[in-house]
Design a protein around this ligand. Sequence first.
Ligand SMILES: [Zn+2]
Length: 373
Amino acid sequence: MKSIYLLLIVGSYGFGSCNQDVKSEEPENTIETPEQQPKVKPKNIIFMIGDGMGLTQITAGMIAKKDNLNLERCPIIGLSKTESADNIITDSAAGATAFSTGVKTYNGAIGVGTDTLPLKNIIEIVETHNIATGLVATASITHATPASFIAHQKSRFMDQEIAADFLNTDIDVFIGGGKTHFTQREDQQNLLKQLEEKGYHIATGIEEVEAVGDGKLAGFIADDHPVKMSEGRGDVLTRATKAAINLLVMGDKGFFLMVEGSQIDWGGHANESDYIISEMIDFDNTIGAVLDFAEKNGETLVIITADHETGGYAINGGDRAAGTVDGAFTTDYHTATMVPVFAFGPGAEIFSGIYQNTAIFNKMLASYGISIE
Ligand SMILES: [Zn+2]
C-alpha cells in the first residue's frame, strides 16, 4: 500500500514538470470598481515597458550601478499577472496587446483577439479624444511590443504588414529601428513617402530626430534593430524619449507615450547578465529623464512595468562593492512570474495591488477619464 502511494507522488511530480504545455484557463479581465478611479486625473500618461524586466533584472541593475535606480523614485508599487490567453507564459505580443487593448490573447497576436479580429487599442481610443500619441523603442518599431500599440495582425512576424498599419492611424510621433520594413518592401511601396504625404517629418538618426521642432515625426534610429548598449548604441533611448515628449507636450489636450526598453529581454534570452544590466541601466536612465519631466510638469502619470520576466534570472551571489552579480538562469525563454508595476504622479495610487496585466489598460483609461462602451 505504502509503495503504491509513493509511486503516485512520483507520477504526479513527473506530470507537474510538463505544466508549461498545459493551456491555462482564460483569465477574467479585471472589472474596474469605483475606488479604482484616480483622485486627481493626469493630463498625460507615459507608459514605460522594460521588456523582460523582472525583479531580478532590476536588482542586478541596482547592484551594478552601486546606487539607487531612478525607478525607486516611484512611490506606488503593484504586481501584474502576465499569463496570456493560451499559455501560462506570455510572449511580448500577447503581453503588449493586454496593455494596449485590455484583452488577453494568444501568444504572437498583435492587437487582435483570440478570434484574430482587431481590438481597439489605447492609441486609437485616446486619439478620438484629441490626445496626442507616441511610441519609442530600442527595437524595430514594428517589433512585438510597439506593434501591439498600433497594428492589428495575426502574427508578430508580419513586419511589413505591421509597418503599413502605421498609416492607418494618426499617431503623432514614433521613433525606433526598422526603417527597412518601410522602404524595402515586397509590395514595392515606399511607406516613408506615404508618411511624408500624411504630414510626417521623416528623420534618420538621433540628431535628425532631435532637430524636428514641431508636427508629426517618423524617426528611425536603425535600419533593423538598434545595436546593444555594449556595441555603442549610446543614450539614444533617453534622447529619443525626450524628443518625443518635446513634440507631444505641444498639444493642449494631453498625450499618451509608450516607451520600451526592448533589449533587457534579449539579454535574458542570451542568458547574459552583462547584457541585461547594461540595458537595464539604460532603461533606468530614461526613466530618470521621464520622472524629471513629470516632476516639473505636474500633470503627468508615469507607469513603469514589464510584459514578463525573461530567463528565470537569479542572483546567486556577487560583490556589492565591486558591483558584480553571479547571475544564473533557468531558461532561455520567458517565465510566468508576476512582474512589478511602478507608478508616479497624479493617479498613481490606483496602480497599487495585485491585478491582471489587462487591468493596466483599464486603469490608464480611467486615469484619462475615458470610459469604453
Ligand atoms: Zn522575449
